[in-house]
Design a protein around this ligand. Structure first.
Ligand SMILES: [Zn+2]
Length: 118
């Protein structure tokens, strides 16, 4: 009876130690506003969530559904997320490999934005 109580107490202290350690790691998701700060069960549930987070992240980085845009000045393929410059012309967004290409576009947007017009 006493031994069982001691075991329960020692396992309780292990849980509270690990949850205290986790509070020092910069994981904002580990401390949701709705969670009671003294409830170790919720802390354990967050540990599982933290395992899932990097898997989701890997999936995002490996799935290649990025549509590349062509730099209208030099024809280079540009990832819109890493474009050095963007311009909007007649409702179309153009992406540029460099600010130099964007400056050439600015000088004559119709030449590059409308290859068949005018
Ligand atoms: Zn370019």
């Amino acid at each position: 009876m006493i031994a069982a109580l001691a075991m329960a107490l020692s396992s309780l202290s292990v849980v509270s130690n690990s949850s205290r350690l986790r509070q020092f790691t910069p994981k904002p998701a580990a401390i949701p506003a709705m969670a009671s700060t003294t409830d170790p069960v919720i802390e354990i549930g967050n540990q599982n969530e933290n395992k899932d987070t990097p898997m989701t992240h890997d999936h995002e980085t490996t799935s290649d559904n990025t549509t590349l845009a062509a730099d209208p000045v030099c024809g280079m393929k540009i990832d819109p997320k890493t474009a050095a410059a963007t311009r909007e012309h007649d409702g179309t967004t153009f992406y540029f490999c460099s600010t130099g290409c964007a400056a050439r576009f600015d000088a004559d947007p119709h030449k590059y934005g409308h290859p068949h017009a005018h």
